[in-house]
Design a protein around this ligand. Sequence first.
Ligand code: 5GP
Ligand code: ZN
Length: 115
Amino acid sequence: MPRDPECLFCRIIAGEIPSKKVYEDAEVFAFEDIRPQAPVHLLIVPKEHIPTVADVPAGWPVMGRLVETANRLAKEKELIFGYRVVINCRADAGQEVFHLHLHLLGGRKFSWPPG
Ligand code: 5GP
Ligand code: ZN
């Protein structure tokens, strides 16, 4: 899907809205969450505008690249005791920004099940 000029994360990727970038390549962009819920809280997003995980096409190779990036950043942040990778989908899951993103959370213990 093309870039959505109204989309917050499309605008962050384009540099129109500042962010604390931690990684970028041709397909993937990663930055610090503005309201961190853990000592490490990064957002990993595709450059392509995909609204939710439910919109991910079958076999879409960028999905694997997003997971790979989360794992590499977790290693760089030395989250040796573990970490959580979260994708919220639509209202019941609390999705606020409708541009697909993985949350990488770490540096503390998390409870299960989530609230
Ligand atoms: P969601 O609830 O959609 O899964 O997560 C959206 C995340 O984006 C939230 O954790 C929120 O703190 C973060 N966020 C919202 N607006 C901004 C922003 O302008 N900059 C950054 N870096 N993060 C944002
Ligand atoms: Zn977008």
